[in-house]
Ligand binder design. Structure first.
Ligand SMILES: N[C@@H](CCC(=O)N[C@@H](CS)C(=O)NCC(=O)O)C(=O)O
Length: 222
């Protein structure tokens, strides 16, 4: 059963941030209403004293649920939302089962999100073409591939990353995949990963919050 939020959820963060996208996707999957305040990068706000009092890192996202204290760190925000509002299929109530889902969520954050976002996406999209280093990008893609193959093997026997249900682990994994498949890079043939990405793409919340333009991030030579 999904729990409705009786209190207002506010999230600070720009739509082009992959971490913000993960939280927005999760909020939408859990049918939670929220207000988004644009912040970060060209939208500013994150360097103001009020924002830094909530999140001293000056990064997005930050989330406040009702009169609760500010939360930062995407993984912590996702777990909080899941603990408080998610159905059992998304975030098991039993600690032993939940740890299995959490294991894959953490794995995806550290091995997919972290090894893709800065080492690949930044070097391909957020770096001007003349400054790009194809060898470094190729090396970083190879590092990422090792873990994408782990996911591909797992998705050969399970529909979703943590098993047969769509869970928080899929948010941590899937929020990177749109950009992974959209940018101009060489990709190994990983049919199960591709099938999984296509499956995630059938979800309205994924299309609304993850499959969105990242053009404001693109660096040019001029
Ligand atoms: N460890 C943090 C990292 C947050 C982070 O790096 N956010 C990026 C956007 S994805 C950011 O705030 N960049 C600077 C900005 O947008 O001004 C988390 O997981 O939430």
């Amino acid at each position: 059963m999904t729990v409705e939020n009786k209190t207002a959820i506010r999230i600070w963060g720009r739509l082009s941030s992959s971490n913000v996208q993960a939280v927005l996707w999760c909020l939408a999957e859990l049918n939670l209403s929220f207000e988004r305040i644009n912040a970060g990068y060209i939208h500013g706000v994150v360097d103001t004293p009020d924002y830094l009092a909530m999140n001293p890192n000056g990064l997005v996202p930050t989330l406040i649920d009702g009169s609760g204290p500010p939360l930062f760190e995407t993984g912590a925000i996702l777990r909080y939302l899941a603990d408080r509002y998610a159905p059992e299929s998304f975030w098991p109530y039993d600690p032993v089962e939940r740890a299995q889902t959490d294991k894959w969520a953490e794995w995806a954050k550290i091995n997919i999100a972290v090894k893709f976002t800065v080492p690949v996406f930044w070097l391909v999209v957020r770096t001007a073409p003349l400054l790009r280093n194809p060898e470094t990008i190729a090396t970083n893609l190879k590092n990422l591939e090792k873990y994408l193959r782990v996911a591909d093997d797992r998705l050969n026997v399970h529909q979703y990353l943590a098993g047969s249900d769509f869970t928080l682990a899929d948010i941590q994994m899937g929020h990177c995949l749109y950009r992974y498949y959209d940018i101009a890079i060489e990709r190994p043939n990983l049919p199960n990963l591709r099938r999984y990405y296509d499956l995630l793409s059938t979800r309205p919340a994924y299309r609304e919050y993850v499959k969105t333009s990242y053009e404001e991030l693109r660096a040019t030579d001029d």
